[in-house]
Design a protein around this ligand. Sequence first.
Ligand SMILES: *Cc1c(COP(=O)(O)O)cnc(C)c1O
Length: 479
Amino acid sequence: MDARLQQIMRQIPSMDRLLSLPWVAEYEKRIGRETIKSLISDLLARQREKIIKDPDTAFDAETIAEDARRLIKKRSAPSPAPVVNATGVVIHTNLGRSPLAKEAVDALTAAAASYSTLEYSLEDGARGHRNDHVEWLLKRLTGAEAALAVNNNAAAVILALSALARDKESIISRGELVEIGGSFRIPEIMALSGTKMIEVGTTNRTYLKDYEDAITEECAVLLKVHPSNYRITGFHSAATREELAALAHSRGLILMEDLGSGMLIDMSQAGLSGENDPTVAQSLKAGCDIVTFSGDKLLGGPQVGVIAGRKDIIDKLKKHQLLRALRVDKMTLAAFEATLRLYLRGEENAVPTVEMIFRKKEELLPAARRLARKLKALLKKTKVQRCFIDVVPVSDTVGGGSFPQSELEGFAVALSLPELGSSGRLAERLRMSSAHVIAGAADDKVLFHMRTLRGKDEDRIIEAVAEILCIGKENAPDA
Ligand SMILES: *Cc1c(COP(=O)(O)O)cnc(C)c1O
C-alpha cells in the first residue's frame, strides 16, 4: 500500500473509537457487544474497499460514525417493522399485501402457541389432513368440487402445470404471456413446471380458432392467465371462458385459469368488475376445470395459493410429490381458515382489505379534515413559519395487480414544510421516524391517503411529524 493510501486509511475512525461513542451502550443491551463489533468491522472493511477502489472517495469520521449508528440501530430493532401505509395502495406488495383481520391474527397466535389438530382427527385418534381445515370452506364459498391450499399462487400454478401437463403441451394466448412482477413470468413458470408452451394468436387478438388449430395429440391444458397490471384496450379480442371450456372438453383437455387475485365476493359496488375479473365462482361456473388464486390479494387473508375446481383433478394434485415442498404452514392455515370463516358468515367487511376497498369518499373526507386539523394544531406549537396543509381529492388504487384501470376516489392530507427541505426529504424523515410512515407524493407535497389508514395510524402520523419537529409527546395536541 502506498504512503498516500495509508495516510487516507488512518483517517478512518478506529473500532475502539467507535465503540466508545455514547450511544453504543443503549444498543449493547439489545444485540450485545460482539454483534456491534462485527457490524462495525464489516462497515469499516467496506469503507477500506471503497478507498482502495477510488482513493479520492470523500469521507469524514463523523459520517462513518453516523453510518455505524444507523446500521446498529437498524439491527437492534425487530424486523420486518410495522409501518403506516399512507400510500392509498390497498394491496401494497412491498408493504406485505393484506393486513389480517383480528379473527385471523387470533387464530394464528393460537395455532402458533400450542399443539393443534393440524394433521390429526379427533374422531379417529389418527392422522388427519391439513387441507381439510380449509377445503370445505373453499368449496362452500366458490362452488368448487374440491380445493387445495399451497404456499402461494405461484406455487399453485407450478403444482397444477407439473401434475397435469409435464412433458405435454399447454396452449396460451400471446396476450396473456405476462410478467406479474417480482419475477413471476408466465413463460418461465411454464418452462419450470416442464410443460411445453404453445403460444397462439397475437398480443391484442386471439380467437377460439387459434387455440383449436394448435391442439395436437400432445396437448393437455388450455391455460388462461389474468393479465395483472397489464391491460390491452381498444382493438382487442379474446376467446371467452365458455368458448374455451367447450373446446377443451370436446377434445378431452383441461381448461385452467390463473385468476391472480381470487375474489370471493362481487366487488362491482366498489366499481371493481369486468370481463377479466370474475369471482372464483363465476370463473368455475363459466366452465374452467380448475382455477388458481392468491390468498393475500383481494381475498384479504395470509399468503397462500389455492387451486379449486374438479375433484378428480384436485385429487391428482393432492398426491403429487411437489405438494410436500409447497404445503401451507400451520399459522398461515389457521389465519386463512379464520378469514374464510368471516366470508362464510357474510362478515367480509371485517377483512381489512375488503373494508378499505369499500370505504366511500364521503367517509374519507371527514377523517382527512380531522387529520388536517390535528396537524395544523401541532404546527402552531412550533417555530415553523411556512407550512402547507390541505385536504385534497386523490385516486387510490387496489394494487397487487388487481383492477389496474379502476381508481378508487379518495381523500388525502397534503403536507409540505419547505423549511425542512424538499418533499422527498420530508418523506424520508417520515419513513425513518419511529412510526415509519410511508406517504404518497404529488406537487412537491407529501400525501397522507386516508383510505389505507387503520386503527391508530392517524395518531402515528401526528407522532411522526412531532418527532421530526422535535416536539415532546406532552406538547402534542390530542384533538
Ligand atoms: C399475483 C399473481 C400471481 C402470483 O401470486 P403469488 O400469490 O404472489 O405467488 C400469479 N398470477 C397472477 C395472475 C397474479 O396476479
